[in-house]
Design a protein around this ligand. Structure first.
Ligand code: IPE
Ligand code: IPE
Ligand code: MG
Length: 246
């Protein structure tokens, strides 16, 4: 029997090693705007549209959880007008795309401390989380006011309190510790856009055995094809986890 398109799709699905958990450092919005003579906020605006494109593509490509670094605990150092625009961005994003995310069965979650944001920002994020909580497709997790060191510190404090109050034994394992984190899963693939070769306080525990890809593409220009290229690269890597290739 000649190979029909369906056969090929089936074959691809069988052999293609899609990562389950993908984390992205969405970097380069400011430089993208600057190159075009635009204010940095124009880069952030375009970058928010990229979130929609990449989330839909990620779902189609079989990714289960996509974690996007949207605002770090260090980003408060930026000028006030930029921070204030970034605080408005979740509202602009969800106004535009929440219906589509619902239609596509995407579940929105977040990682980080929302309390530091203005109430309006907290409200739009919580609303999107609640509205999509029963969806069963891709989990789109926004790392927002997220810092990995802070995440670990909060987890350790919580664990120490539980031990001190007798709620649990002093018997922590690596697996158990993960459950205290905002992001409990190990990351399969981490992508950073826009050429910087650093982790910037992102998922330090969870990236222990992640494959890392650094692409020169600026986040506003990142698209389905760019994501597919990263997944192809991921599929070609030999993940040994300290062992030997079988
Ligand atoms: C990433 O783009 C978005 C955030 C950090 C919020 P940048 O704003 O860091 O853009 P560059 O790195 O200055 O180009
Ligand atoms: C990392 O990007 C944080 C986010 C993408 C939200 P930054 O642009 O803040 O990182 P650094 O300052 O270049 O390390
Ligand atoms: Mg940057």
């Amino acid at each position: 029997m000649s190979k029909s398109k369906l056969d090929l799709d089936f074959f691809k699905k069988e052999v293609y090693m899609a990562p389950k958990t993908v984390a992205i450092i969405m970097d380069g919005n400011g430089r993208w705007a600057k190159q075009r003579g635009l204010p940095r906020t124009a880069g952030h605006k375009k970058g928010a549209d990229t979130i929609r494109t990449v989330a839909l593509a990620a779902q189609d490509m079989g990714i289960q959880k996509l974690i996007l670094y949207a605002f770090s605990t260090e980003n408060w150092k930026r000028p006030e007008d930029e921070v204030s625009y970034l605080c408005k961005l979740p509202g602009l994003f969800f106004n535009k795309f929440i219906n589509e995310l619902m239609e596509k069965n995407i579940q929105v979650t977040f990682a980080g401390e929302l309390e530091k944001f203005p109430k309006a920002t907290q409200d739009v994020i919580n609303k999107a989380v609640n509205m999509t909580s029963k969806n069963t497709g891709l989990e789109l997790c926004l790392a927002i006011n997220y810092g990995s060191r802070r995440e670990m510190l909060l987890s350790i404090k919580k664990y120490a309190d539980e031990v001190a109050s007798g709620k649990r034994e002093n018997d922590l394992t690596e697996e158990e510790f993960s459950k205290y984190l905002f992001v409990p899963e190990d990351i399969d693939l981490m992508i950073r856009t826009s050429g910087e070769l650093r982790i910037s306080n992102y998922l330090l525990w969870q990236l222990a055995y992640a494959e890392l890809i650094f692409t020169p593409v600026a986040w506003p220009d990142f698209d389905e094809k760019a994501l597919k290229d990263c997944l192809d690269e991921f599929a070609s890597r030999d993940r040994r986890f300290g062992g030997l290739t079988s």
